[in-house]
Design a protein. Structure first.
Length: 365
């Protein structure tokens, strides 16, 4: 009986030993364990650690092994994320022309924009309404030329007697203008946020953000094309080239619908009948012609890919001109059947006509 107990004890010890060895062989490889002991010795002798922790099993490994692990991970992903890169998430659709200088501070091409640049009494509010019928498009109305005001955030930092902070690609550690390197296009995101703040989602969406099951603002607007319409863009204190450069730099993934009214004489009469402000800048027909010319030149400067020039005198008579616009933007299976006037006969809103753009109207993903 005692011999049987002794044999059973030996077998149990043997099996336990095998289990321990198998577990150790899984957790440690010989080379890694040896290197671990070596690293721990260096730690005690040098007072510094070159050990990297691997989260999978919490076993410290050497920098050499960590680098090899990282290299294998990068090979698996093929294209690891780079802190500074030129990736354009919309290069095959909305803005293949965009130049994107992505950095940890800003990714300027993430959001798509659609701007309507127009003169007063040119049907811009009707055009705004027509574009907002498109899926995933939200264009806000007048904003007292906030695009130009936002541009002064850039122009204020440039000039003959201003330190070139935005061109400083190094860390300045001394002097009155101490600044770390400012990445190219880093100012684009705060400028975009000014426009985004003026174009929030509906109030009911904002109220429901903290309600369980409702999306966050970021989730709700993930694929939304933001925009605005302005009749004051050409009134900014800038040249055509400066205005176009501002849009290209700070809204790289944007498209512009430039709207004019070729019948300037009737436009001028409508302005004077509508706006009583003597300082409105519409004191003579020549001023209206200058503003129209500015917008025509903007469209030319931005080029056919980024800007589309339309004439109110034409698209109010032929809705297919607007169908050409939405095709140019890239929408598919969309077709307006009528113009829904926002200011017919002055300020009369058309509440009867429907555009009927089609149930399958979409922007290709």
């Amino acid at each position: 009986m005692s011999r049987m107990r002794s044999n059973s004890y030996r077998i149990a010890v043997f099996l336990l030993s095998c289990a321990i060895l198998v577990a150790l062989s899984i957790v440690f490889d010989t080379e890694g364990y040896t290197q671990y002991i070596h690293d721990m010795h260096n730690l005690s002798s040098c007072g510094q650690s070159n050990i990297t922790v691997v989260s999978q099993n919490s076993i410290p490994i050497s920098n050499a092994n960590a680098n090899e692990h990282q290299h294998q991970h990068q090979q698996k992903d093929q294209q690891p994320y780079q802190s500074f890169n030129g990736t354009n998430p919309h290069k095959t659709s909305w803005c293949p022309f965009a130049k994107c200088h992505n950095s940890p501070m800003c990714t300027p091409c993430n959001r798509r924009y659609l701007f309507i640049l127009a003169t007063a009494r040119s049907g811009s509010t009707t055009l705004l309404k027509m574009m907002n019928y498109l899926p995933d498009v939200r264009i806000s109305g007048e904003n007292i030329n906030e695009l130009y005001v936002a541009s002064t955030l850039i122009s204020n930092l440039k000039g003959e007697h201003v330190a070139p902070l935005l061109d400083q690609n190094f860390d300045r550690t001394e002097g009155a203008y101490v600044h770390n390197a400012i990445s190219p296009q880093a100012m684009s995101c705060p400028i975009q946020n000014v426009i985004n703040a003026l174009n929030p989602p509906p109030k009911y969406v904002q109220l429901g953000v903290n309600v369980t099951g409702n999306p966050s603002i970021a989730q709700y607007d993930r694929g939304t094309i933001f925009g605005l319409k302005t009749i004051r863009f050409q009134k900014g204190n800038w040249s055509v080239k400066a205005a176009a450069d501002f849009l290209r730099e700070n809204f790289p993934c944007s498209r512009m619908i430039v709207n004019i009214r070729s019948d300037v004489e009737n436009q001028f009469k409508s302005m004077n009948a509508t706006f009583a402000n003597p300082d409105s800048g519409n004191k003579n027909i020549g001023k209206v012609q200058e503003m129209t010319a500015f917008l025509v030149d903007i469209a030319d400067e931005l080029g056919d890919e980024r800007a589309k020039l339309v004439d109110m005198n034409e698209w109010t008579e032929d809705v297919n001109i607007l169908n050409d616009v939405i095709t140019w933007l890239g929408f598919r299976d969309c077709k307006y059947h009528a113009v829904v006037h926002e200011n017919a006969n002055g300020y009369d809103r058309d509440n009867v006509t429907r555009p009927d753009i089609g149930n399958n109207c979409h922007y290709p993903s």
